[in-house]
Design a protein around this ligand. Structure first.
Ligand SMILES: [Cu+2]
Length: 242
């Protein structure tokens, strides 16, 4: 009887869920990304036949944004969280992936696949920060970020161009846009939500110099339906000089 009730309950939960999907784009002009200069460490430079590009502002020809974090704000999530381990690799002196969202339950392995020394320096403010030298061939650094936190970066003190971004979520409703700016978030309980959009450059503009826009949007999720939610980042507006 109890088992039957449990099954019925889980079916109900399933029925009352929906999805959101959409494309994130940019209203400003499309600039070609600059190449990274890796000359200071020959092991990094020779790892690439073509010099890799900067990854902080990646648009396709239709001005659609890669690597935007999309997430539901203010969710009170009580179920078990995704806990399969994740990896950030250092390969060719680049962090891969460049933008990451982990849950508070996930183990993260930071790997050095290069034959050179890296120094992993986390700029987290809520989760405990760390600063660990990682010579070639040493075991992965294992971390779990146990508190929810807005995006912060991890840098390498040996190679100043190396940067990866990490957001920590206490619920599973998030996505990172692909090379066509596309995202989809599934299994969202029906309701009205505020959706946040984070882009590495546009969400980190200095408040003194720029008018900061909210970069969020409201959405209604209905059962068994996929709600369309496209979002466009506006071109940054500079504050008038006093
Ligand atoms: Cu490095």
């Amino acid at each position: 009887m109890f088992k039957k009730l449990l099954i019925t309950l889980s079916v109900i939960t399933y029925i009352f869920c929906g999805s959101i999907e959409g494309t994130v784009s940019y209203a400003g002009s499309n600039k070609t990304a600059k190449s990274l200069k890796m000359d200071s460490d020959p092991i990094c430079g020779t790892a690439h036949s073509v010099p890799p590009k900067k990854e902080d502002f990646i648009l396709n020809e239709k001005n659609q944004f890669k690597n935007v974090i999309v997430w539901l704000k203010n969710v009170d999530y009580k179920d078990e969280l995704k806990s399969d381990p994740a990896t950030i690799d250092q390969l060719g002196c680049i962090y891969s992936p460049h933008v990451n969202v982990f849950t508070t339950a996930q183990k993260v392995f930071i790997k050095n696949s290069d034959k050179t020394l890296h120094n992993v320096n986390s700029q987290s403010k809520i989760n405990q920060s760390f600063n660990s030298a990682q010579p070639a061939g040493v075991p992965d650094i294992e971390k779990t970020f146990t508190s929810k936190e807005d995006p912060f970066y991890i840098k390498c003190d040996v190679h100043p161009w190396m940067k990866a971004w990490v957001m920590v979520s206490d619920h599973p409703y998030f996505a990172i846009t692909d090379e066509n700016g596309y995202f989809k978030i599934d299994n969202i309980p029906e309701g009205t939500y505020e959706v946040g959009f984070w882009q590495e450059k546009l969400s980190n503009l200095p408040k003194k110099k720029y008018v900061i826009s909210s970069n969020s949007s409201e959405v209604v999720v209905s059962k068994d339906a996929t709600t369309k939610l496209d979002f466009e980042f506006q071109k940054p507006v500079k504050k008038a000089k006093k």
